[in-house]
Design a protein around this ligand. Structure first.
Ligand code: NOJ
Length: 567
């Protein structure tokens, strides 16, 4: 395939920083606990800004920090314009914004526009006001089916298992209407056909933009608009029927109306100086459906989960990279590349599994039941990192990914807090295995996640063998995964080719791509070591080279000096 031309960023302005940024995701509960209550917080993040600057990230994205009953770790928001006391205060948030900016780090926060908490004043008012009221119009309330209304209004399923409908009680205690929740029953979906909802979320955007927030990550960005007929889904495939079929019409995912919402949000973001930005959490399963969200007047970027889901196999990776680059180029948007977040098993543990058994449809629990070779997983994950960071566009790194943390696969059931575990009645262990508080020091008593003599243990137990993976242990070890990430991020900053150099495959060289004229990323997927070109200067390697050869499951970034060899 032809080379992909990459849109140049303008060095004279910082307004295009988001096209090439490395964004570090902070899951605040698990990053750094300043108070010793076992849960990470804003002042903990503030205390680690030096670490983030030293790592070399351009921005952080902070998962929800709003007041919440924490039925889904903060993705059940009861007030979008305040901070949950467990994380701190609005003043702490302002200090974090100011200090991050002073360190040259931009700040994205999460917005959750598909649903609110059932403790949100709007939902309480809706229950109290009864059927047909304007308060209920902010949600999706319907009478049940069947003679007594005791069957849910349709067959929609919650993403976390079970029906997407819960029946309410009338104020007099008799069974009442049902409400829609595509996630837990504690997260009623709001109704985007209601102007109150539109206006309130726009006010929230402005509230945080006015405080200096640089942008938002949009939760479930493809889910906001529902088919008003609330038609049954029946056997329709998730997430979408075949793209080539005319008139894709899933009743609650990826409906055309979502694009109007983002066009309106974009005008708000553009009205700020510098303009604010968005990244959408968009699970649509097909690159060209994803690209529709990042047309010039909509979102700036959207997570590319196809790359995350791709097995560590050259054919699969190449196919995803090609499809992503070409569909994004059509709309002039940068691609994003992501390997981890707080919802998926960590890349070390995915890469440790037989790759031919992986697919985008595999459930977390099924994946983790496959046999694992963790040394292999670590080796591949390091090479995977150089692919991630070598591609053109935006790269996301999830806290602990830079330490090579594996999934914690043996959390005791008594410790698990993810609603997925409860909603599936324990059939799925859920996502807590990638949410364990990260190790900063070798002290097994909290690994520096919290102050000494903390009053409460970390909210999820940390494994006994994590001392060697801590920041302290890796800090001065030139071979550590932390230093691999640091080196790669520094190169991304210092080499303009890695930011906005064109992309092309190097044919006949195995899995190898070129950035700009002279920089290449090469990975050896063969069983035996392979030679590097004679004129190669190695900039960074994911593992040690053996006699100048690239071992299996190892990646390098090299600079070619073709003039020297006449190539
Ligand atoms: C996606 C978030 O990443 C996930 O953690 C959350 O459970 C769901 N959206 C529901 O908000």
């Amino acid at each position: 395939m032809a080379a992909h031309l990459i849109t140049r960023t303008d060095p004279a302005t910082s307004a295009t920083w988001w096209r090439t940024a490395v964004v570090y995701q902070i899951y605040p509960r698990s990053f750094a606990d300043s108070t010793g209550d076992g849960i990470g917080d804003i002042n903990g993040i503030r205390s680690r800004i030096g670490y983030l600057a030293d790592l070399g990230v351009d921005a952080i994205w902070i998962s929800p920090w709003y007041p919440s009953p924490m039925k889904d770790a903060g993705y059940d928001v009861s007030d979008f314009r305040d901070i949950d006391p467990v994380f701190g205060t609005l003043d702490d948030a302002q200090s974090l914004l100011d200090e991050a900016h002073a360190a040259g780090i931009r700040v994205l926060i999460d917005i959750v526009p598909n649903h609110v908490s059932d403790a949100h004043p709007w939902f309480r008012a809706a229950l109290a006001a009864g059927p047909g009221s304007p308060q209920r119009a902010r949600f999706v309330f319907r009478d049940g089916r069947g003679a007594t209304g005791d069957l849910p209004p349709n067959d929609w399923m919650s993403t976390f298992g079970g029906s997407a409908w819960t029946r309410t009680l009338n104020p007099d205690g008799t069974p009442g209407q049902w409400y829609l929740h595509l996630f837990t029953p504690h997260q009623p979906d709001v109704n985007w056909a209601c102007q109150d909802v539109v206006a309130d979320f726009e006010a929230t955007l402005r509230f945080w933009f006015d405080r200096g927030v640089d942008g938002f990550r949009i939760d479930v960005a493809h889910g906001l608009v529902k088919d008003e007929a609330l038609a049954d889904i029946g056997a329709m495939a998730f997430p979408l029927p075949d793209d080539t079929a005319a008139g894709i019409d899933h009743p609650h995912w990826d409906r055309p109306g979502v694009h109007d919402i983002y066009r309106s949000w974009r005008t708000i973001a553009d009205s700020y100086d510098p303009p604010r930005i968005f990244v959408g959490e968009v699970w649509v399963g097909r690159p060209h459906r994803l690209a529709a969200y990042v047309r010039p007047d909509e979102l700036h970027t959207a997570f590319n989960f196809e790359f995350l889901n791709a097995a560590w196999m050259p054919t699969r990776l190449r196919a995803v990279i090609d499809a992503t680059l070409s569909t994004h180029a059509e709309v002039g948007a940068p691609s994003t590349w992501v390997l981890e977040n707080h919802d998926v098993p960590r890349v070390v543990s995915r890469d440790a599994r037989p790759q031919e058994r992986l697919s985008s449809k595999i459930e977390i629990d099924e994946l983790l039941r496959l046999p694992a070779d963790f040394d292999l997983g670590r080796r591949r994950a390091r090479a995977h990192a150089l692919v991630l960071l070598g591609l053109p566009g935006v790269a996301y790194v999830y806290e602990g990914q830079e330490l090579g943390l594996p999934e914690v696969e043996d959390l005791p059931a008594s410790a698990i807090q993810d609603p997925v575990f409860f909603q599936t009645r324990g059939l799925s262990r859920g996502r807590d295995g990638c949410r364990v508080p990260i190790p900063w020091t070798g002290d097994p008593d909290g690994y520096g996640f919290q102050p000494a003599h903390a009053e409460a243990a970390p909210w999820l137990p940390q494994p006994a063998q994590w001392a060697d993976l801590s920041v302290e242990a890796q800090q001065d070890d030139p071979t550590s995964t932390l230093n691999l990430y640091r080196r790669a991020l520094r190169l991304r900053t210092s080499l303009p080719e890695l930011r906005d150099g064109d992309f092309a495959w190097v044919e006949g060289a195995g899995f190898a791509f070129r950035r700009g004229e002279d920089i290449e990323c090469r990975v050896n997927f063969d069983a035996a070591p392979v030679a590097l070109p004679q004129d190669a200067e190695v900039l960074v390697a994911s593992d040690v080279l053996v006699d100048g050869m690239l071992p299996t499951d190892t990646a390098v970034w090299i600079r070619r000096d073709r003039a020297a060899t006449g190539d």
